[in-house]
Design a protein around this ligand. Sequence first.
Ligand SMILES: [Zn+2]
Length: 63
Amino acid sequence: MPLFEYECNKCGHKTEFLEKSDNKKKHVCEKCGSSDMQKVFSTFFAGSGSKSSSCPTGTCPLN
Ligand SMILES: [Zn+2]
């Protein structure tokens, strides 16, 4: 099941929600109760590309 992280625009609290395709409900911050939340793309999705993972030591000449 897809798990998405949302950040509250009001208090900055981050909450993870399971998102189902049939669930059209708005996410609500568990800390302040605000529904003004935006989706955060975690490092799980954005982590690739910043560092070469083909060379474990980082000293390979071809990198
Ligand atoms: Zn909040």
